[in-house]
Ligand binder design. Structure first.
Ligand code: WT7
Length: 646
């Protein structure tokens, strides 16, 4: 590994929460005396009833289960709001900037507390009770955070569906967890164009009998259809509602939220996170990974529809009393300097984004960045996919003026928060490496047979023991939870990622080793795109794999076999692209559709994805053994007709 190493700046080593020695000692302690370590660190949140048990988790089939702080009680909204009021009441909790730069709001902790209490009382008045599921389909506006916190205040379980998902995808997620209430907005805004959120909800609800009420937040003010008896305007319901709502004491293991995410097979699964462990993990990682200091402005650019938005726009920062910036817009509107203008305007100290955004901005030139001063920035973060060294170096040199450490945070929807990252006061940086495990994380590399690899090694990344932020189950399908994560390498949690450990003990995530693709830092299951494609009347069969993409990291490459008599032409390609966008949403847009008269299959009929991946990656010289195929000649035909993302 000949990567350049960036030493920890002296002032960071001197004043950060954790320095190099501290990291080593604390990580060792977190594994050697897990109970003692967590007894102390879990006090980062306020407990209504102190816990007396710490980790009761077990990864083995007999006794399987994940459980932390099991007899403790707490409330998430009380931790994110009430406990800060005495000292931070007038401090901004949320700085909001809309799609239009002139559209801004500043919401203090006191105001946010009052609005969350009102929202909670509205939910109660609509019959929402502890344990009920509430689906959010929202733009990035403060009311989205208020709705999340309002659910946590009364013990309702929120399930946020990203606003870019189609009505079909929304309906599936509502049905799976039987939500009784949906919270949405009239419309969203993106580059000045409207997104029909309420109309999408209406379309989804034709198929969702569990939903009794829809609360609609007014965002654009354009007229939308309201169904009497079902739909309620938030601004009307808010009138005259009390801003006093006692937070519900929740058991540490009561579900906090569901978040649907794609796997290598089947429908998206409802990842379940619970109250105590998740909040401890979100708050603790936010504090140490970003070396958060009271008074700082923290900006995570993720949408709250993804786990990054849950943990690092809302729960981690607010639990720590930070000022969190919430941005409705996109990096290239009104121009490519938007991110850096926002940093200057709001005095952002910590900035956290995805490599895909950096790659898109990098190619527009440095002047968009350098026209802003960026003097407030002291730390930069990256998340969602491996960051290539060019993007890393540009981020460090141009955005951070060589001054700001970069934390490359590796984690997953399932992990609740960061698993591996450099700590800015403790870890010398290697561009592209997620560096070292967080406290309590015990990474293990194994080979295909599950043999543990020691020292310098390249293998499959497992985690040997539980940590507080780990998902607890798949909603309504505990067997699938066990099957998906704990059976490939029994006794260990398997991440699905490949990983290398170098001779300094640094970890390098090499990407998914399963049938999950990472498009612009968002996870897409190949099976989902395939089932959308085969639902088209002209499609007989489809196989989807990832392909390298200069901006998105990975693109979606679809091999499509048509029904006999159908003609594969550009018009049908365009139709299929539109079809998939309608079925799933724009994030599932195929980059390449290759019509394939035949797919490489074994004699037992299994599609050999390994070969399809190689062709999509244009590594046609290393296809490996194809002699076991039922019809090896299909391979040459596929290579001949391969496509490339535009
Ligand atoms: C997958 C999880 C992390 C929350 C947002 C995405 C990839 C994530 C990194 C990183 C290399 C990364 C992994 C992981 N990934 N962060 N810093 N370096 N790869 O959450 O949608 O659940 O996706 O994203 O492949 O398994 P997600």
């Amino acid at each position: 590994m000949n990567q350049p190493l960036y030493a920890v700046p002296a002032e960071w080593a001197a004043r950060a929460h954790v320095d190099a020695k501290g990291y080593g000692a604390r990580h060792a302690e977190s594994l050697a005396d897990s109970a003692g370590f967590w007894q102390r660190e879990a006090q980062i949140v306020d407990w209504m009833t102190p816990f007396t048990t710490v980790d009761e988790s077990c990864f083995d089939e007999a006794g399987f289960g994940i459980r932390w702080f099991g007899d403790g009680e707490l409330n998430v909204s009380a931790n994110c709001l009430d406990r800060h009021l005495a000292t931070l009441g007038d401090t901004p909790a949320i700085l909001w900037e809309g799609d239009d730069p002139a559209d801004t709001r500043t919401i203090s902790y006191r105001e946010l507390h009052a609005d969350v209490c009102r929202f909670a009382n509205i939910l109660k008045a609509q019959g929402v009770r502890k344990g009920d599921r509430v689906t959010l389909y929202m733009p990035m506006i403060p009311e989205a955070a208020m709705a999340m916190l309002a659910c946590t205040r009364i013990g309702a379980i929120h399930s946020i569906v990203f606003g870019g998902f189609s009505p079909e995808a929304l309906a599936g997620r509502i049905q799976d967890c039987d939500s009784t209430l949906v919270i949405t907005a009239d419309e969203g805004l993106r580059c000045g164009k409207t997104i029909p959120l309420k109309a999408n909800v209406d379309a989804a609800l034709t198929n969702c009998p569990s939903v009794e009420r829809v609360i609609v937040v007014r965002r654009t003010g354009n007229p939308v259809a309201m169904q009497p008896g079902r739909d309620i305007w938030y601004h009307e319901a808010r009138d005259g509602v009390s801003d006093d709502c006692v937070p519900e004491p929740m058991n540490a293991e009561d579900p906090l939220f569901l978040l649907y995410t794609s796997g290598s097979t089947g429908k998206p699964k409802g990842v379940v996170h619970t109250t105590g462990g998740y909040l401890v993990w979100a708050a603790m990682t936010h504090k140490y990974v970003f070396d958060y200091r009271p008074g700082e402005v923290f900006w995570c650019t993720a949408d709250i529809g993804w786990v990054t938005g849950h943990s690092y726009v809302v729960y981690g920062p607010l639990a720590n009393g930070a000022t969190t910036l919430m941005f409705e817009g996109v990096p290239n509107h009104p121009d490519f300097g938007r991110f850096w203008d926002i940093c200057d305007r709001w005095g952002v100290n910590i900035f956290y984004t995805a490599p895909t955004a950096l790659r898109a901005l990098m190619r527009e030139g440095d002047a968009w960045v350098t026209r802003a001063s960026r003097q407030s920035l002291r730390l930069l973060g990256s998340v969602g996919e491996p960051i290539n060294s060019e993007a890393w170096e540009w981020y460090h040199r141009v955005v951070g003026d060589h001054r700001c450490p970069i934390v490359d945070t590796y984690w997953q929807t399932e992990t609740g928060g960061t698993l591996m990252s450099p700590l800015p006061g403790a870890t010398a940086l290697k561009p592209g490496s997620a560096a070292v495990p967080m406290f309590g994380i015990e990474p293990v590399l194994v080979d295909a047979e599950g043999q543990v690899l020691e020292g310098v090694a390249d293998g499959n990344l497992c985690i040997a023991r539980s940590w507080p932020g780990q998902m607890r189950t798949v909603w309504n399908d505990h067997a699938r939870f066990f099957q998906t994560y704990f059976t490939t390498y029994p006794g260990r949690y398997f991440t699905g990622d490949g990983c290398r450990r170098d001779d300094d003990g640094y970890y390098w995530i090499t990407g998914r080793v399963d049938d999950v693709i990472n498009v612009s830092g968002h996870r897409m299951g190949t099976a989902e795109v395939e089932s959308a494609l085969v639902a088209h009347p002209k499609v007989a069969e489809a196989a989807v794999v990832g392909c390298p993409h200069p901006i998105k990291g990975q693109g979606i490459y679809a091999y499509v076999t048509l029904n006999a008599g159908e003609d594969g032409d550009d018009a049908l390609r365009a139709e299929l692209v539109k079809w998939v966008r309608r079925e799933i949403g724009p994030i599932a847009t195929p980059d390449v559709i290759q019509f394939a008269p035949g797919l490489p299959k074994t004699r037992s009929g299994k599609i050999m994805r390994r070969i399809l991946r190689k062709i999509a990656e244009n590594e046609v010289d290393s296809l490996g053994d194809i002699s076991t195929l039922a019809d090896p000649s299909v391979v040459a035909a596929l290579v001949e007709a391969r496509g490339a993302p535009s």
